[in-house]
Design a protein around this ligand. Structure first.
Ligand code: ADP
Ligand code: MG
Length: 631
């Protein structure tokens, strides 16, 4: 094939790359060692890719050269050279991989990165700053590469990291990539063999290919997950976790297991110490790699675990998979689906064991990562019941900050109690002080506090536990009368009204007429003790929390105030305010109307719902004015 030899050519970095380079060079200065790790990890990736490709390729270039990483240092010329015999890059690939941020491609990524750089430098590894970190130590970086395809051409990419890079054709290259870092004045230490060996020991010990520094092999190539777990030290696990997760912290939990049936599996899974998503660094990507007989099949595989387990890091190795399975086949494979199911079940079982063996530690895990289990409960029907056992909440019988399980709740349910009750609130104090818990407190019935917005969705999806329905305490049809109360005063008396039935009927009719569409029904409450009124939900799905979440979403979109969906208003006819209202109605109806409107708004606010603030304040002033006038 007659090819036109392309000439040397200088191009400008994509704007995002310039920004990224600026951050990398200026803010990450103190973590300079990681550039060695990044380049080695790229070399290892390239070797893995080559190994994978060569399985299906008939002919590859330089098929005889061993798969390894060679590092050479030159302390006279102050250079560090990292060479791999991996997959290599074409001219086009050099341009797109090292001139643009193709894989992230967005400014959000940069914003997150800048944020991370400010907060905690150790989190930076999570973002794969990758190749550009070479400019932390290099005043100039040269990348010479040739791909594994037989008739490819070699090319050199070089840059000083300021604004441009240059591409030049290069002949006589071997397969793979050679990166020459011409060290900055203050980075000459990276041309020291011992320094480099130290960094490899720290960060790259588990790279599955030999790393040679000046010809001397310095890492121990091993697939930790295939070893017997009784022979593995804690430090080895931690080191491996740091390597595989690009992490600097220590894992919070780890699960190492193997199985033969229904599939042959070797898996090593870690729960990190920190929940990066909660720290505000955007959505995590899966962190578990899929291997077959120690050969990497897919890095950060999204096929082997459900999305809600994306916080896990580690390795899954299954001999049952075909080695040269394609990406598409991975997604469609029934075998992979089975693998996913087995892994998910096993991990949930492991969490259950953790919760039993060391509840305190489990609760710490739950505080950080429980949100993912909740996501699972709402999105993955298949594991709903398993996840329900792992959920933890505060309740009226737990100490503040301490968590209970649904099982704990069920075990101490009152006589005659058939349902599990919960109430949502922005905080424990808010939940406790609202009108919803009055009846529960009075009868000494435990009530779960769901303190996160997602919790009511979770309860709705889980729907029941151990054959008992999960019921929100703001439900209109709540009925506690069957439950044997342990406290003395509770009993049927509580709902006794001081008003005659005719008066009550007339009052509720008038209230409904006055409030019109703002309420669905007006009912005499059986649950209230101290509060004059309460909002309850006739629709079992649309609890006040759900409503609140939707109201917030509407406001965020800039939409104007909108009345919540139809609610019932329950009134406490034993309360003096309601009794007086009944009398006031005959004397000054306009004023009585103002009062009942205000009672409704108060009850809505106690339900956590938004009311029209302008109207409410105006009305409130009218009432106050009248109250002060009469005195
Ligand atoms: P990441 O490794 O997270 O993809 P990097 O910035 O480290 O990001 O690398 C960018 C891309 O450049 C890689 O995805 C890869 O395609 C390519 N690349 C980098 N180093 C090498 C190498 N030694 N051999 C082959 N390709 C490489
Ligand atoms: Mg990389």
């Amino acid at each position: 094939m007659a090819k036109q030899k392309s000439k040397s050519e200088t191009k400008e970095f994509q704007a995002e790359v310039k920004k990224l380079l600026d951050i990398v060079i200026h803010s990450l200065y103190t973590e300079r060692d990681i550039f060695v790790r990044e380049l080695i990890s790229n070399a290892a990736d390239a070797l893995e890719k080559f190994r994978h490709e060569s399985l299906s390729e008939e002919e590859v270039f330089d098929s005889h050269v061993p798969l390894e990483i060679n590092i050479d240092v030159d302390d006279k010329n102050h250079t560090l050279t990292i060479t791999d015999t991996g997959i290599g890059m074409t001219r086009e690939e050099l341009e797109s991989n090292l001139g643009t941020i193709a894989h992230s491609g967005s400014n959000t990524f940069l914003a997150e990165l800048a944020e991370a750089a400010k907060k905690d430098i150790s989190l930076i590894g999570q973002f794969g700053v990758g190749f550009y970190s070479a400019f932390m130590a290099g005043q100039k970086v040269r990348v010479l590469s040739r791909t594994y395809l037989p008739d490819a051409e070699g090319c050199e990419w070089s840059s000083d990291g300021s604004g441009n890079y240059t591409l030049t054709p290069e002949e006589g290259l071997r397969r793979g990539t050679k990166i020459i870092v011409e060290l900055k004045e203050d980075a000459h230490e990276y041309a020291n063999k011992e320094k480099i060996k130290g960094i490899i020991k720290q960060y790259s010990n588990f790279v599955p290919f030999p790393i040679k520094v000046e010809g001397e092999e310095v890492n121990t190539v091993q697939a930790l997950w295939t070893r017997n777990k009784n022979e593995i030290k804690d430090e080895e696990y931690t080191e491996f976790y740091k390597f595989i997760g690009n992490a600097f912290d220590e894992p919070q939990l780890r699960l190492h297991f193997s199985a033969d049936a229904p599939l042959s599996i070797n898996a090593l899974l870690f729960v990190p110490k920190e929940n990066i998503e909660r720290l505000g660094f955007g959505r995590m990507k899966s962190g578990v790699n899929l291997y077959c007989q120690k050969v990497l099949i897919e890095q950060h595989s999204e096929n082997i675990l459900p999305e809600w387990l994306r916080f896990l890091k580690g390795v899954v190795d299954s001999e049952d998979l075909p080695l040269n399975i394609s990406r598409q086949a991975l997604q469609d494979s029934a075998l992979v689906a089975k693998l996913k199911q087995v892994l998910t079940k096993r991990f949930l079982k492991f969490l259950g064991e953790q919760a039993n063996d060391d509840p305190e530690k489990y609760n710490e895990f739950f505080a950080d990562f429980g949100i993912y289990l909740k996501e699972g409960a709402t999105s993955d029907y298949a594991y709903r019941d398993e996840i329900a056992k792992l959920l933890r909440f505060e309740s009226s019988k737990s100490e503040p900050g301490k968590l209970i399980s649904l099982q704990d709740y069920v075990e101490r349910m009152a006589e005659g109690q058939k349902e599990i009750y919960y109430i949502n609130g922005p905080s424990r104090t808010a939940a406790e002080s609202g009108p919803y818990v009055e009846a529960f407190r009075k009868r000494d019935i435990e009530i779960i506090y769901t303190l996160e917005p997602i919790d009511d969705f979770v309860m709705n999806h889980v729907a029941e536990f151990d054959g008992k329905k999960l019921v929100s305490a703001d439900r209109a049809d709540l009925d506690l009368s069957e439950i044997k109360s342990t406290t003395e005063e509770a009993g049927e008396k509580e709902t006794e009204s001081a008003m005659g039935p005719e008066v009550v009927k007339s009052l509720t009719g008038w209230i409904k007429e006055t409030l019109g569409d703002r309420v669905k029904e007006v009912i005499v409450s059986k649950r209230l003790v101290e509060s004059p009124a309460i909002i309850v939900n006739p629709d079992s799905f649309m609890t006040s929390t759900m409503e609140r979440v939707m109201q917030a979403a509407r406001l965020e979109k800039g939409e104007s105030f909108q009345q919540a969906g139809p609610k019932n208003l329950e009134i406490n006819t034993g309360h003096p305010l309601i009794r007086q209202l009944s009398i006031l109605r005959g004397k000054d109806e306009d004023f009585a109307k103002n009062v009942i409107e205000q009672i409704l708004d108060n009850a809505l606010i106690q339900a956590g719902l938004i009311v029209d603030p302008r109207k409410m304040v105006e009305r409130n002033y009218e009432i106050l004015e009248r109250a002060t006038r009469d005195n």
